[in-house]
Design a protein around this ligand. Structure first.
Ligand code: ZN
Length: 270
C-alpha cells in the first residue's frame, strides 16, 4: 500500500482532533439527530493528506475509537499516527487528577487495542490540561513521549499567558515529555474557531511569517469542520446561540482552506 511521508517531515504539523461534534465543550444544544458519517469524513481526511503527500497526527478520543474502530484503523493503516485525546472530552481541570490518570490510561489502551500500535502522543480536550508538572509526570509514567496540550493564549475556557512557540522538553521523575505547543502570532490562528473565522489571506500570512522565523506551526482541525457548508448544514438542527456560533462560524469551507494551505506550505521543494 502507498504510504504518505510522515507528518514529522512536513513543514507544518498537520493534526486532527478526532471526536464527535457533540463532544465539543461549548455545549451545543441539538434540536434533532445530526446524522454525521464519521467514517466517510475520516476517509476524506486521509485522501486530503494523501494528495499533499503527508500523513497527520490524529489525536483520537477513546470513546470515538470504541464507537468507530474501523475509521481509526483506517487512519493507522494509511500511515497516520494515532495519539490520545482523552477518553470522553471532559475538561481536564474539571476532573480530579486521579480520575484523569485512570481515564487517560483507559483511552490509551482502547487506541492501542484498536490499532495494535503504541500510542506516544497526548492532546488534552480543549487544551484543558493545567500546565503543571504532575500532569506531565503522569503522562511520562503512562508511556507517552509527547504532548500537544499547550495553548499560548488565555481564553475563558482554556489557555496560558506565556507565549511558547517552539517544542520544549519537560523533565520529570518518570521521564521526559516533549510539549509541542500550538503557536500564536499575535493571535491564535492555526485551527478551530480561529482558523474558520480568519480570512484565508490573513491565515496564510500568519503561517508564512512564523515559518520565516524558523517555527514549524501546528495546524489542527476536527472531523465535523471538514464538512462542506458547516453553518447552513447545522442551522436547523442545532439551537442557534453562542455555542453554535463558536462551533460553526466561519468564512468559507474549512476543508477548502486546509487544502489551499497544504498546497502552499507542504509543496515539495523542486
Ligand atoms: Zn477535542
Amino acid at each position: 500500500m502507498y504510504l504518505p511521508k510522515s507528518y514529522k517531515e512536513a513543514k507544518i504539523w498537520p493534526t486532527i482532533d478526532v471526536e464527535e461534534l457533540e463532544d465539543a465543550n461549548f455545549g451545543i444544544r441539538k434540536k434533532e439527530a445530526l446524522d454525521i458519517d464519521y467514517e466517510k469524513i475520516i476517509m476524506e481526511w486521509i485522501e486530503l493528506c494523501r494528495r499533499h503527500h503527508t500523513s497527520s497526527c490524529a489525536f483520537v478520543l477513546g470513546n470515538f475509537a470504541k464507537k468507530y474502530p474501523k475509521a481509526v484503523k483506517r487512519l493507522a493503516q494509511n500511515g497516520h499516527e494515532i495519539a490520545c485525546h482523552g477518553l470522553n472530552h471532559e475538561l481536564v481541570y474539571n476532573i480530579p487528577f486521579k480520575r484523569w490518570v485512570e481515564e487517560t490510561k483507559e483511552a490509551k489502551k482502547i487506541l492501542e487495542d484498536v490499532t495494535g500500535q503504541k500510542v506516544k502522543g497526548y492532546r488534552s480536550p480543549s487544551w484543558s490540561m493545567p500546565f503543571e508538572k504532575r500532569y506531565y509526570e503522569a503522562l511520562a509514567y503512562m508511556g507517552f513521549k509527547f504532548s500537544s496540550s499547550y495553548f499560548p493564549f488565555k481564553t475563558y475556557m482554556y489557555g496560558n499567558e506565556i507565549d511558547k512557540k517552539r517544542p520544549f522538553k519537560i523533565f520529570t521523575q518518570k521521564g521526559v515529555i516533549t510539549e509541542i505547543p500550538v503557536p500564536k502570532n499575535v493571535i491564535p490562528f492555526s485551527g478551530g474557531f480561529y482558523f474558520r473565522i480568519l480570512p484565508y489571506a490573513v491565515t496564510r500570512y500568519l503561517f508564512a511569517d512564523l515559518m520565516k522565523k524558523g517555527i514549524k506551526p501546528i495546524i489542527y482541525t476536527h472531523p465535523y469542520e471538514l464538512m462542506d457548508h458547516l453553518f447552513t448544514r447545522f442551522a436547523n438542527k442545532i439551537k442557534m446561540d453562542t455555542a453554535f456560533l463558536l462551533t460553526f462560524a466561519g468564512i468559507g469551507d474549512t476543508k477548502k482552506k486546509f487544502d489551499k494551505l497544504m498546497d502552499e506550505f507542504l509543496k515539495e521543494k523542486s
